[in-house]
Design a binder for this molecule. Structure first.
Ligand code: ADP
Ligand code: MG
Length: 226
């Protein structure tokens, strides 16, 4: 019976989500349709319109991509993964964006970390989402994002922390984090945290977010080693 209840809950969450996704996709589609119509009338479109169309298409692609990760019943086949390398790669990927924002990355990584059995692509997605959020929280606030990677051998877990000095999160918003489509950003989609939490849960891990408005945010992820 418990399993049945769990399954119904899951269904309704996915149903809710699908409705949200449909809604989120309809807006850019409406814009795109308008521009295609305009192009039909004029015979061509100027560069700025094409730019907007491309970014609307990217937006649809992103939303569908995040949704697909969620729709996957479980993580792909776990492989022994070097989290140190994986995190360094993600930091490198976001390095130029950080520079533009005047943000520097500081890393504290334990040496000789054991490999973690995980779906590396999904883990990448988690860290990109979280580091991107940290960067976006530091828009117009220069400073550092500290990324820690620790091995707690007693508890047999790896602990990853992403600590920013950004705008922080109001206490009444904290419980809403990870709710589908909850966003405080004009062009956010409010899917990143939900997808990340789902991936971490699929790996039997936990994610905790602590924050103080005006001071910054710490996202902590604990993943069991076996
Ligand atoms: P999005 O980034 O598209 O808004 P997310 O699910 O990644 O969606 O995040 C949801 C919301 O959580 C953000 O809009 C923001 O309000 C809040 N948030 C997440 N991470 C941080 C952070 N590091 N600092 C401040 N707010 C954050
Ligand atoms: Mg985000």
């Amino acid at each position: 019976a418990e399993e049945a209840i769990r399954r119904t809950e899951k269904l309704s969450v996915i149903g809710q989500l699908a409705a949200g996704v449909a809604h989120e996709i309809r807006n850019p589609l409406t814009t795109l349709r308008g521009f295609v119509q305009l192009s039909q009338k004029q015979g061509s479109l100027s560069e700025p319109f094409i730019e907007i169309m491309l970014s609307e298409l990217d937006r649809i692609n992103l939303i569908v991509g995040e949704f697909l990760v969620l729709a996957k019943p479980q993580a792909g086949k776990p492989q022994p993964t070097n989290l140190d390398n994986l995190l360094q790669d993600m930091i490198a990927l976001l390095y130029s964006q950080a520079r533009l924002l005047n943000v520097s990355f500081v890393t504290h990584f334990d040496k000789d970390l054991p490999l973690l059995d995980c779906d590396a692509n999904q883990m990448k997605q988690v860290f990109i989402n979280i580091i991107k959020n940290a960067l976006e929280a530091m828009q117009d606030i220069s400073g550092t994002i500290t990324i820690e990677l620790r091995h707690d051998s007693e508890a047999s877990v790896v602990v990853i922390r992403v600590i920013d000095q950004g705008r922080g999160i109001a206490a009444d918003e904290l419980p809403r984090l990870g709710e589908p489509f909850f966003t405080s950003k004009p062009s956010g989609n409010g899917l990143g945290l939900m997808v990340s939490q789902r991936i971490i849960a699929n790996h039997k891990g936990v994610m905790n977010i602590s924050s103080k408005l005006g001071e910054g945010t710490c996202v902590e992820i604990r993943l069991p080693l076996r």
